[in-house]
Design a protein around this ligand. Structure first.
Ligand code: PFF
Length: 433
């Protein structure tokens, strides 16, 4: 029996869900430290140009494919041509691997929420983080807890689960972020933090920065895994693709920049290196919060913020896999969610343990966690995006008219879709390999 495909009940729900998918650890945790490592303002400028003129193309492609075919990723590509079904499976493979490391960080966030809630703050967060993440039981338990909390929403369905979660969590997230950013601006390091972010020093520019910025942009927009395609398949007939895509990009960018405005003044006020790296959120930031008046309150707000960001993205990753399993294995939504939880749970345990007992177990010289992060973000993501552009640009007649409209902008974007974006993605891939 054919079940009617669900639809977002309003345009706001559609935007909240896609922004919820896009805004995640990539914005709050990854973006500031990558920017810190790549020279601040010049990186920001490169990133903005790439996101506005390059990433908009595959983003529109996924949304349009979702809108036209109204199917999960696998059936969409096999509807375009049965020969492309394997590519749909590759998207599902990629989007199932990402939560296997992403949810490990989700587990850490739950732990830090508990720490700031109880007010039992350690003296030294560097020692604390290393002790905690290398344990066996607690990190695994929290990764699985985060996985189950996330799964509740796809389990309940598009309207009563996913839509409600995003409609509540995304506005709350934005409010918390602005409160922290405004607070950060009152600190003594605010001026240096803002100068670091907004005053470009062009001597820092190099070509690897372009590639890093592009990888980050694809990751943050959740492109190349069928997620946006799946969310697009629930959109209403009269939704304008180009407008929605730019709304998504603008919201995602404002949030990433606000995350920087929240983090860099704090970093400069406490004399931490802005390039401190991935540990910025779990060592430097909590350490700094613990030295402020009302430490527990600020720390708690920061980690609840990270929690909302990561769970709304996690929901979108899981929904992509759940929708694909439902439609291709002919099982109910509930069974499909349980199967997805089982697969992610199985792979995320070794990824969690790669900070402790499995830290010497290496794949291509990387721990399991780093291997999953590296292969999905630097290889599968640009590769999948390249194939999406090639299929959209060369295999679906008049696709560009449906995606970008017939006017002047449409024709320019068509050239970008057919030639320029694939060329850039090939460069990214080659450098990634
Ligand atoms: N865009 C999310 C972030 O910036 O954290 C990550 C993400 C979400 C990746 C959804 C993949 C995905 F399917």
């Amino acid at each position: 029996m054919e079940v009617k495909r669900p639809e977002w009940t309003s345009h706001f729900s559609f935007i909240a869900a896609t922004v919820g998918s896009a805004v995640g650890l990539g914005n709050i945790w990854r973006f500031p430290y990558i920017m810190g490592k790549n020279g601040g303002a010049v990186f920001l400028l490169t990133y903005l140009l790439l996101i506005a003129f390059i990433c908009i193309i595959p983003l529109c492609c996924e949304l349009t494919m979702g809108k036209i075919y109204k199917k999960d990723a696998i059936n969409t590509f096999s509807a375009i041509n049965p020969k492309y079904k394997w590519f749909g499976w590759l998207c599902i493979f990629t989007v199932t691997l990402i939560p296997c490391f992403y949810f490990v960080v989700g587990g850490w966030i739950l732990n830090y929420i508990w720490v700031f809630l109880t007010g039992n703050l350690p003296d030294n967060f560097a020692v604390y983080f290393s002790n905690f993440s290398s344990q066996i039981f607690m990190p695994c338990f929290l990764t699985i807890l985060f996985l189950i909390l996330t799964a509740i929403f796809p389990y309940r369905g598009v309207n009563s689960g996913i839509e409600k979660a995003n409609n509540i969590m995304m506005p709350a997230f934005t409010l918390f972020l602005f409160i922290l950013a405004v607070f950060a601006l009152t600190l003594p390091g605010a001026k240096d933090g803002l100068l670091f972010m907004f005053k470009p020093d062009f001597s820092q520019f190099d070509k690897t920065m372009i590639l890093t910025a592009l990888g980050q942009a694809l990751f943050t927009l959740s492109i190349g895994m069928g997620t946006i395609l799946t969310y697009g398949s629930y959109m209403k007939e009269n939704t304008n693709i180009l407008k929605s895509a730019y709304t998504l990009i603008i919201c995602d960018t404002i949030i990433a920049i606000s995350a920087g405005i929240m983090i860099f003044p704090i970093v400069f006020s406490f004399g931490v290196q802005p390039s401190a790296g991935a540990t910025l959120a779990f060592i430097s930031m909590p350490q700094m919060f613990s030295e402020l008046p009302f430490a527990s309150v600020f720390g708690l707000v920061f980690f609840i913020l990270l929690f909302f960001a990561s769970i709304t993205s996690g929901i979108s990753m899981m929904e992509t896999t759940v929708a694909a399993f439902m439609d291709n294995l002919n099982i109910s939504r509930k069974k499909s969610t349980i199967l997805t939880v089982f697969i992610i749970g199985l792979i995320s345990i070794p990824a969690t343990l790669s900070f402790g007992v499995l830290k010497d177990f290496k794949l291509c010289d990387k721990t399991i966690f780093d291997f999953l992060d590296y292969t999905t973000s630097n290889l599968f993501l640009p590769f999948n995006t390249l194939i999406i552009c090639l299929i959209a640009g060369w295999c679906i007649p008049y696709f560009w008219e449906k995606a970008f409209g017939k006017g002047f902008i449409g024709s320019i974007f068509n050239i970008l879709l057919k030639f320029i974006v694939p060329f850039i993605l090939i460069c990214v891939l080659v450098s990634g390999i």
